[in-house]
Design a protein around this ligand. Structure first.
Ligand SMILES: [Zn+2]
Length: 343
């Protein structure tokens, strides 16, 4: 493919006065981290790859499941059947859209020890996460590193988004000082989500990322944009930096400085518990699969093992992390992990 043909690819976008040839070049050299490649993240990643952003890091801890296909536009049935991690399946789909884009899939659970390395070498971070724990951690790390990021959320028929430029605009804790207690906020696992809402919020997040990359900060969304696609109400709630904000005002980094991450996390609404091991081991999945095949049904690919025994399903990743399905009790999950994987 010649560079002349490559230019043709983005012709309709270069025609836009707000982008032009200089903006297109900034997109080509731009670097974005998409944190979570679910409904919002797949939408954002597809739009940014098509826009010509040169580098995308795709971070996700999960495996593609049937319930994802309703709204997570990068995935298809074959990804579920192959048991592919979302980050890997997303990178494959995006490479088919534009093979010249550099894609870096990261199959990892993000915590206080890993977040800096994931965002320090990018220009923009897009929040595609499904939980507040990760958003507050990202807010802390982004303030420390001065990284702009685009918050997004979609639950039910409603979605919200806010663009955060550290030091200039309201941060997440200026607007929501503390995360909602577990079990209080509705999640898409418990309340459901309308696919088009994720598409709408993801589209706003992608256009905000494009504005940041081309350097048009004056046009950014600095309010809490809110929409309901069923009642067709759309609003913008003004927000501003607060001097008494614990994070950007008083300089606290409560989430980044949290003690060692917990070893087990209940995955809300999914009848599953995630078990992590610190320090992270490097498992030999082939050896483990051979051992587990004597005890139950095993499916494996280069990224993970799926082991079914006694009505439980353990998905084990190379870094020792496991998602134990069939229980919401951390003690049961830890016991199964100890029995079959070993601590
Ligand atoms: Zn703040």
């Amino acid at each position: 493919m010649t560079s002349e043909e490559q230019r043709g690819r983005h012709h309709r976008q270069i025609l836009l006065p707000v982008i032009g040839p200089a903006g297109q070049e900034r997109l080509r050299t731009g670097r974005v981290c998409v944190l979570g490649v679910g409904a919002l993240g797949s939408q954002v990643a597809a739009l940014l790859v098509r826009a010509g952003v040169g580098f995308l890091r795709l971070v996700d801890r999960d495996v593609v499941e049937w319930t994802n296909l309703q709204r997570q536009v990068l995935y298809e049935e074959g990804d579920v059947q192959a048991g592919l991690p979302k980050a890997v399946a997303a990178a494959r789909a995006l490479a088919r859209i534009d093979h010249t884009v550099t894609l870096e899939p990261v199959v990892q659970d993000v915590d206080a020890s890993s977040i800096r390395a994931l965002i320090e070498d990018v220009d923009v971070v897009v929040d595609g996460s499904d939980n507040f724990e990760l958003r507050y951690l990202l807010n802390d790390a982004a303030l420390d590193l001065g990284k702009p990021w685009v918050y997004g959320g979609a639950v039910g028929t409603q979605g919200t988004t806010l663009t955060i430029v550290p030091g200039e605009s309201a941060c997440l804790r200026c607007v929501f000082p503390d995360p909602p207690p577990p079990g209080v906020a509705p999640t898409c696992d418990t309340a459901g989500v309308l696919g088009p809402v994720a598409a709408a919020i993801g589209a706003v997040q992608a256009s905000e990322a494009i504005k940041l990359l081309v350097g048009d900060r004056a046009s950014l969304n600095r309010s809490l944009l809110w929409l309901d696609l069923w009642s067709l109400e759309i609003g913008r709630i003004p927000v501003a930096r607060r001097a008494d904000c614990p994070a950007c005002g008083r300089g606290e980094r409560a989430f980044l400085e949290a003690k060692a991450p917990s070893r087990t996390v209940q995955l809300c609404g999914r009848d599953a518990v995630q078990v992590s091991v610190y320090p992270r081991p490097e498992l030999n999945l082939e050896e483990l699969a051979a051992r587990l095949e004597l005890l139950g049904a095993v499916q494996h690919n280069p990224y993970l093992i799926r082991f079914t025994v006694d009505g439980y399903e353990l998905t084990v990743f190379r870094d020792g992390r496991a998602i134990v399905r069939g229980t919401t009790d951390p003690a049961v999950a830890r016991a199964l992990y100890a029995r079959y994987i070993g601590m």
